[in-house]
Ligand binder design. Structure first.
Ligand SMILES: [Zn+2]
Length: 108
């Protein structure tokens, strides 16, 4: 069993979560080339070490968050809300972060 610390709910069994992918910055659509988009969409670094990953708490708060996890030992050293959600001018504390629906949410 692997425990993942949700920043909203606390430590939970990893079976409650869905792995979303590596934390990568989205390229600027105005300047990115086809090669940059291809790398963003399909190339993964898959390191044996510390990675920054995005996870979705599908059986809990239904929010996205970011985890720094060691891929060999599954040790977690940090867990936090995504930076884009955590800091906005109208919500400086990020209190409304993660209120959107998840990838496995049904229609409506
Ligand atoms: Zn949660």
């Amino acid at each position: 069993m692997m425990l993942l610390p949700c920043p909203h709910c606390g430590p939970r069994n990893s079976s409650e979560f869905r792995y979303v992918g590596e934390g990568t910055a989205r390229p600027d659509p105005g300047t990115a080339t086809i090669g940059v988009w291809r790398d963003y969409l399909y190339t993964r670094s898959n390191p044996a070490g510390w990675t920054t990953e995005n996870w979705f708490h599908r059986a809990g708060c239904r929010r996205y968050f970011t985890v720094e996890r060691h891929t060999v030992s599954n040790a977690v050293r940090a867990s936090h809300r995504p930076a884009a959600q955590a800091r906005t001018t109208s919500d400086p504390e990020g209190l409304s972060a993660g209120t959107e629906r998840g990838p496995d949410a049904g229609p409506g």
